[in-house]
Design a protein around this ligand. Structure first.
Ligand SMILES: Nc1ncnc2c1ncn2[C@@H]1O[C@H](COP(=O)(O)OP(=O)(O)OP(=O)(O)O)[C@@H](O)[C@H]1O
Length: 524
């Protein structure tokens, strides 16, 4: 029976049972139940990344011995070191309420089995480019684990998850972790549809057995039925071990068909490996077109992100400006009515002085231009002496203009004196300001500086609260998947697969996740 319950209001659960799991996860809803585990969508309350929604797999430990539990935890930690866009991210594992819990990435688009079922129901099929895209991703993922000498052992459509059209291999050896071993008896509790002839005939399981399963998945993506279908378990097993290799319908290319058949080669030593499949001309071409597509997607994404960033910066600036204004206003509000009035008068005087200064500057420029114009008009006509006289005349002629400045100055001084008069009057009025704040506010209620009033700031505070938040930034995780996938494709296209044959264990010193027959692994 399940030990965890969904959040109240989201399902039929008891409020007292909804609590924080491992001090950080809140159950949102139950996603389903498989043969080993109950799966929940959880909210991670402690993550600092945008990935708030995760999946919790709850597996009852039953009568696992304590050392077996430790073993499972260690191996789960090993899985958490895998980092590939085509592999479901395994975050952590822990024991809680007698259950072994695994936290993984959440794939909104569910699993491949669901997807194929839906296509079948609606009478649709997958196009060859789509099949090739997913096949390439799966090959990259399988190659990645095989390079690290990790076997999946349970590749099937139900264990392939889809997120933003990227397929992710999940449920890594979970059953093996929990069972302590992955013997044939364990395997027989599951489905035989994807099992290789060598596994079914007790000849061991190696990396090529994973490739067989992948061949079955490829067939299923194209035909929406199992590659080896039978009335009962035995009929399926017989077909796998002795039956003919299936073919794809003619709607799919000859190259795709022959690749699938080389994956479903009954003799595992003649079966293609992930590295060889990735090196084939057909997959190389698919990788290239997928890389181009992903590249333009990331570019588009980047430009969209650029626009989003720009609007975020703009909003932040507006917010800052608004806060600054509010702060200044609150300073003003802290002032006594008299101080406030003085500030207003000073601001008014400043503004007036600024305007007058501008007028003086304009007049000066005007004068200067006239002077220059006059000089250039007369310079060539007169002798040096006359020029002197003329210049004097000119100076005289310009005097009215020049005298405008003094006039303006006098106007300025008039203005200033008027201003200071006003100021004096204001100051005298100052003396009449009531000391009682309320009375003082009434005294200045028809003031020309009403824009500083509290009502205004209240209004703006509202608008600040209403600043829209940008939910799109929560989807940033997707871009890194595409970028990581491009990197992995580039590695393959740049011929870096050669490393597999001169293989050095990249996880040297780390225990292998499952035992494997060494026939498929080159000895360093
Ligand atoms: N990471 C995930 N993201 C989204 N849905 C998931 C995730 N993991 C599991 N699920 C969903 O939870 C349900 C149960 O999954 P689970 O893997 O336990 O069982 P199964 O694959 O259906 O069966 P089996 O245990 O036989 O493999 C499935 O519907 C699956 O699609």
């Amino acid at each position: 029976m399940s030990r965890f319950r969904e959040r109240p209001g989201q399902a039929q659960c008891h409020p007292e049972q909804s609590s924080l799991i491992a001090n950080r996860y809140i159950i949102q809803q139950r996603l389903g139940k498989g043969s080993f585990a109950t799966v929940y969508l959880v909210q991670d309350t402690k993550t600092v990344t945008a990935e708030k929604l995760k999946v919790l797999k709850e597996i009852p430990v039953g009568d696992l011995k304590p050392n077996e539990t430790v073993h499972a935890t260690q191996e789960a930690q090993l899985l958490s070191q895998l980092n590939h866009p085509a592999i479901l991210k395994f975050y952590t594992s822990f024991l809680e309420r007698d259950a072994f819990c695994i936290i993984t990435e959440y794939c909104e688009d569910k699993d491949l089995d669901c997807k194929l079922e839906e296509l079948k129901r609606t009478g649709q099929t997958l196009s060859e480019p789509q099949v090739c895209e997913w096949l390439c991703q799966l090959l990259l993922g399988v190659h990645y684990i095989h390079q690290r000498r990790i076997l999946h052992r349970d590749l099937k459509a139900k264990n392939i998850f889809i997120r933003n059209n990227i397929v992710k291999i999940g449920d890594f050896g979970v059953s093996c972790l929990l069972m302590g071993s992955c013997d044939l008896a364990t395997t027989f509790t599951g489905t035989p549809y994807y099992m290789s002839p060598e596994a079914l005939s007790h000849r061991g399981y190696d990396s090529k057995s994973d490739i067989w399963s992948l061949g079955c998945i490829l067939y299923e993506m194209c035909c929406l039925t199992h590659a080896f279908e039978g009335q009962n378990f035995l009929a399926v097993v017989t077909l796998i071990v002795e039956g003919p290799t299936p073919s794809l319908p003619e709607t799919y290319s000859r190259q795709l068909n022959s690749l699938m058949q080389s994956m479903l080669e009954k003799d595992s030593s003649r079966r293609i490996s992930a590295a060889d499949a990735l090196r084939s001309r057909f997959i190389e071409e698919s990788l290239q077109s997928m890389k181009d597509k992903f590249f333009s997607l990331t570019l588009r994404d980047k430009s969209m992100r650029g626009e989003r960033d720009a609007s975020q910066i703009l909003r932040a600036l507006q917010k800052k400006l608004h806060l600054q204004t509010l702060r200044e206003r609150s300073e003003v509000q802290k002032m006594s009515p008299r101080e406030r009035m003085r500030l207003r008068k000073l601001q008014a005087a400043d503004e007036k002085a600024r305007k007058l200064k501008q007028i003086v500057e304009e007049k000066y420029q005007e004068n200067h231009l006239r002077m220059q114009e006059y000089k250039s008009r007369n310079f060539q006509k007169v002798s040096v002496d006359v020029l002197t006289v003329r210049t004097e005349e000119a100076v005289n002629q310009t005097q009215p203009i020049q005298s405008e400045t003094p006039n303006r100055s006098s106007e300025l001084s008039d203005n200033t004196s008027q201003n200071s008069d006003k100021m004096c009057k204001s100051v005298s009025k100052d003396h009449a300001i009531p000391e009682d704040p309320q009375a003082a506010e009434a005294f200045y209620s028809v003031d020309e500086f009403e824009s500083c009033s509290e009502e205004d700031s209240d209004g703006e505070e509202d608008s600040e609260d209403n600043l829209p938040t940008d939910p799109s930034c929560q989807t940033c995780g997707q871009d890194s998947d595409l970028e990581a996938m491009i990197r992995h494709m580039e590695n393959v296209l740049d011929g870096e697969l050669v490393g597999l044959f001169t293989y050095t264990n990249p996880m040297a010193g780390v225990r292998y996740i499952t035992s494997f027959s060494n026939s498929d692994w080159p000895i360093p």
